[in-house]
Design a protein around this ligand. Structure first.
Ligand code: SF4
Ligand code: SF4
Ligand code: SF4
Length: 169
């Protein structure tokens, strides 16, 4: 349990959910708005009941899925005193992405992550790979991160839904 988290995604110059170092920004908080308006006060970090927010680049908030999953409770967004969060938008468009380090690719049987997903967005497919593979339903995935912390090898990263579809993953 709790393997090394691999956060994914490309750093975008234009908004997006990822900081330059690839860390995930909090729900309803884009990289562009954090750059424009975040004062690194830490209020959102302290407000998260799941304690999954931590200080990232220059003290700005990032999500650490190795600490737990996002429940989309909105506490971080409501606590922030600056115009960083936009509760009128969707929280984010993140999708889980199983990377090549998945144990199934090495012929080791595993399906731990599927059990963690309440949305049943991760499905074990016995027909793929050496001993099976994990298929992702991008429409069902909320990007909550519950799966990521359970993977023993940190094989679950996150990408924008658009990127996921472009990759044809
Ligand atoms: S929505 Fe709730 S659980 Fe998710 S990061 Fe914000 S405070 Fe934490
Ligand atoms: S991020 Fe959440 S909804 Fe998506 S696959 Fe992982 S556990 Fe399921
Ligand atoms: S928990 Fe990790 S290693 Fe196991 S099947 Fe899921 S992605 Fe692969």
């Amino acid at each position: 349990m709790g393997g090394v988290l691999v956060t994914g995604g490309k750093a975008h110059e234009d908004a997006g959910q990822f900081a330059r170092d690839g860390s995930v920004r909090p729900p309803w908080g884009s990289e562009a708005r954090i750059r424009d308006a975040c004062t690194s006060c830490g209020t959102c970090i302290k407000s998260c009941p799941e304690a999954i927010l931590r200080s990232g680049p220059a003290g700005t908030p990032v999500v650490d899925f190795s600490l737990g999953a996002c429940t989309f409770c909105t506490e971080c967004a409501k606590a922030c005193p600056e115009p960083v969060f936009d509760l009128d938008s969707e929280p984010w468009a993140l999708v889980a992405d199983v990377r090549s380090s998945c144990l199934l690719n090495a012929g080791v049987s595993c399906r731990i992550c599927t059990d963690a997903c309440d949305e049943t967005a991760l499905r074990f497919d016995l027909r793929g790979g050496i001993v099976g593979r994990i298929d992702i339903d991008a429409d069902a995935c909320t990007g909550c991160g519950a799966c990521a912390g359970t993977c023993p090898v940190g094989a679950i990263a996150f990408v924008e839904r658009k990127t996921f579809r472009e990759q044809g993953a």
